[in-house]
Design a protein around this ligand. Structure first.
Ligand code: C5P
Length: 223
């Protein structure tokens, strides 16, 4: 029916930050509330999809009808995404840490009176770019881009670099206001064009995006 345009579809969503352990009490992470990703998962479930939400550590309730998998690190998130495949569409909203500590200390690092310890980092997998070339690549692959400047240019180059179908760009600079807030103003960048959505509640951004996902997956237009 028209009000459940994603019925029979599996939608995979990543959301929140990842947490990369340094020792048993310390970690590296990104600023991310998870609100936008959770709102997209909620909207997809409301549209009738089976939804798998792979969530980093956030303080948010699981949306109604959503299957949630909690993870900590980027590697955990990638493994959970791999296990959740196949999916008809994937929306990668998580703010994945670009780096992790090369070695995780098993005991708490002591605060010596001498110099602070050096932190050696190594690169995390780029889950979006990895999924784009995976044999089970979802038919529609959507990435996000949190930018503080040149939002459109950066989104366009990210679209190509990561081989996503769409990049949803949002301005996370101080004036953009998306970070931690309940509103978001996004630009949807696809190979064939750009669509700007006015500032609106993140839940509404979720519904707008899900309507476009349903359309792209060939759901009958709502009447
Ligand atoms: O390169 P950048 O981190 O800005 O790209 C953002 C997009 O890539 C988001 O969709 C994010 O979820 C995804 N990403 C990812 N794995 C990473 C880094 C980013 O899936 N390691």
């Amino acid at each position: 029916p028209a009000h459940r345009p994603l019925y029979g579809k599996h939608v995979l969503v990543t959301a929140g930050p990842t947490r990369e352990a340094i020792d048993p009490v310390r970690y590296l992470s990104n600023r991310s509330s998870g609100k936008q990703g959770f709102a997209i998962a909620a909207a997809a479930a409301a549209a009738g999809a089976r939804v798998t939400l792979v969530a980093g550590p956030v303080a948010l309730p699981t949306p109604l009808g959503v299957g949630r998998i909690d993870v900590e690190s980027a590697e955990d998130m990638q493994a959970a995404v791999r296990r959740a495949l196949p999916a008809d569409a994937a929306v990668m909203v998580a703010a994945v840490a670009d780096w992790r500590a090369k070695t995780i200390e098993h005991e708490k690092i002591k605060k010596h009176s001498s110099a602070p310890p050096a932190l050696i980092l190594e690169e995390n997998p780029d889950i979006l770019a990895w999924l784009a070339t995976h044999p089970d690549r979802p038919g529609l692959l959507v990435g996000f881009a949190a930018e503080t400047e040149n939002v459109l240019d950066n989104a366009k180059s990210k679209l190509q670099r990561k081989r996503a179908d769409w990049i949803v760009a949002n301005d996370v600079s101080e004036s953009g206001g998306a970070m931690d807030g309940d509103d978001n103003a996004v630009v949807i960048v696809a190979a064939d064009g750009v669509e700007r959505l006015d500032r609106m509640p993140k839940h509404q951004v979720g519904r707008e995006l899900v309507a476009r996902i349903a359309q792209a997956l060939g759901a009958p237009a709502e009447v």
